[in-house]
Ligand binder design. Sequence first.
Ligand code: GLV
Length: 319
Amino acid sequence: MSRKQRIVILRELLQAGLDLLGEQNEVCLGGLGSTPEDWLNLVRGADAIVADPTVPVGADLLDSAGSDLKLVANFAVGYDNVDLDACAERGVVVTNTPDVLTDATAELAVALTLAAARDVPAAERSLRAGEWSGWDPAAYRGFELTGSTVGVVGMGRIGRRYAEMLRGFGVEYLYTSRRAREEVEVELGARRVGLNQLLAEADVVSLHLSANDETRHTINRETIRLMKPSAVLVNTGRGALVDSSAVAAALAEGRLGAAGLDVYEGEPEVPPELLDAPRTTLTPHIGSATFRARDRMAELVARNIVEVLAGRDPVTPVG
Ligand code: GLV
């Protein structure tokens, strides 16, 4: 009889995914509280590993898993936590969960755009604190999205969906992308420009890049200087795209209008300067956190495992 294949879920996979893994396999769960030391032990003898954005997958983890390892299935579309070269050197396939979270993440970017522009959280906090003393024409004012210029930095699947969702606001679009995206130029009249021009002209700057050495701190002290003092910055990509100290300082000094951020460097720590900055809407990395998207992500993780362990091609390989 062939041996059971060992699937190690380093933290958590939702039931929708577990249901697809089948009883013929051995499934081990680390749980949300598991530590890097736990992971090194858990992965021993694994045929497949399920990681997520909080789990760095590097040579040490792969070597601890050993030579049976065939797949790292990342429970996320982003895979900056996975050392692709180390996986390739060991013949390990890497998969992610694209498409199924596009709508959810784009919707959160829209929500953060509006919440930050109108500073909804601060208005709500003020009301709950009993500070609202009645209608005041000067109070609680924010920026208006209608008719503004929206800069989409990175016109991939999520950037495009975000742009499409904003159509009802009659906005103009600028975008950056390694290659021209003819479809969005035709569909939305979007103009492809360099990053500096986008930052200088956009009222809203929304980041939809993956994190890597080239994109680290795309928004920093220097690039913020190019932006309008009323600009709204939105980040649903990765925390590393933004130098949070520079953003916090610019908000405090009125050199940036508002920020809506879902991701942070060093999560789950949130840079204290951001917590203290004005006109800042902060959410805890919930871009894909809808019931639908997270179930579909879990299913896609499981489908990749089932295919690869059966010797077939992965459904959504990376690279
Ligand atoms: C979440 O951050 C993802 O990359 O899917």
